[in-house]
Design a protein around this ligand. Structure first.
Ligand SMILES: [Zn+2]
Length: 299
């Protein structure tokens, strides 16, 4: 939106910043609601006040051009504020990607080896009960991420992963529910899937990516093994995964090729049974609690 009569370089760059600002503010609104909502509300109030003032004074003095100027000034202020908010969001994205923390990080920490023995479904049930679908739908993104990090910690222990697994949420391509980044040992969940998906779907995605993490560890074990041990049958899958990771087929170019890779079939199978395990144990626990409550009530 060009509000200047003589378009110059400064006005063009300001308009670009304003446009980019609106785009960023809208895309990151669900994540940075606490920060963006008051800024938007404040801007709207200022804008409304300046328009009202313009019409009030304009009508009083009977000078239409003056009223127009006031409205333009209000719109310019709006553009500046939105541009600044967009700049702040952009800075947040750059800083979070440089630090590798993800746009949104859980407050539950990735389990290190000191606390690994507590990372079981039983011992983490207090957190895992939030997977019950009705409860899950009421959780904030941050709370959902905490549950996901807890599952990643349990998976780390269960699969015997030698390093931490960090969970974060970011905007990914529409077709990607989640992805595993081996260099940073990080599982990134698509914000949209975290927000709109069922608990079951998100557990499935998380355990699918945890299985990819395990597959990477297998290839590492294979690569580190003595040359005369590399032909062992136990490394059969590791050899296949290594080849697949070197020539990984993404789903965007060749969906069938992607779907039929051994690493994907293995991750899908694992995730299906893992999601069933988590969800059935959560519901069994809730059912047991209700039974106990009924028994206590009538006692
Ligand atoms: Zn996969």
């Amino acid at each position: 939106m060009d509000l200047e009569h003589d378009r110059n370089d400064r006005s063009i760059s300001r308009n670009l910043a304003g446009g980019l600002g609106i785009y960023l503010v809208l895309s990151y609104y669900p994540l940075q609601r606490k920060f963006i909502l008051p800024a938007m509300a404040g801007t709207a109030v200022c804008l409304a006040a300046s328009v009202l003032r313009a019409f009030w004074f304009g009508a009083e003095k009977g000078k239409e051009p003056g009223a127009g100027r006031e409205v333009l000034a209000g719109l310019r202020a709006f553009r500046t504020i939105i541009g600044t908010a967009g700049g702040l969001v952009l800075a947040l994205i750059i800083v979070s990607s440089l630090c590798g923390t993800g746009l949104y990080s859980p407050s539950v920490r990735a389990a290190d080896s000191a606390v690994l023995q507590n990372q079981t479904i039983d011992k983490q049930m207090e957190t895992l009960v939030r997977l019950e679908e009705e409860t899950w739908q009421t959780l904030s993104l941050n709370e959902k991420l905490d549950v996901m990090q807890t599952i990643a910690n349990i998976e780390r222990r269960y699969l015997g992963i030698p390093h931490e697994i960090n969970v974060a949420a970011e905007y990914l391509e529409e077709t990607h529910a989640a992805q595993y980044e081996d260099e940073q040992h990080r599982i990134v969940i698509n914000v949209d899937c975290l927000r709109e998906g069922t608990a079951w779907d998100n557990v499935d995605s998380l355990t699918h990516e945890a299985r990819h993490c395990y597959q990477h560890c297998l290839t590492e074990a294979y690569e580190r093994a003595d040359q005369n041990l590399k032909s062992l049958r136990i490394f059969k899958e590791a050899r296949t995964y290594l080849e697949e990771f070197k020539n990984y087929k993404g789903g965007d170019q060749d969906y069938e090729g992607y779907y039929n890779q051994a690493c994907e079939t293995d991750a899908r199978d694992y995730a299906e049974s893992a999601a069933y395990e988590y969800m059935s144990r959560v519901y069994a626990y809730i059912y047991e609690q209700e039974e106990t409550d009924v028994f206590t009530d009538t006692d």
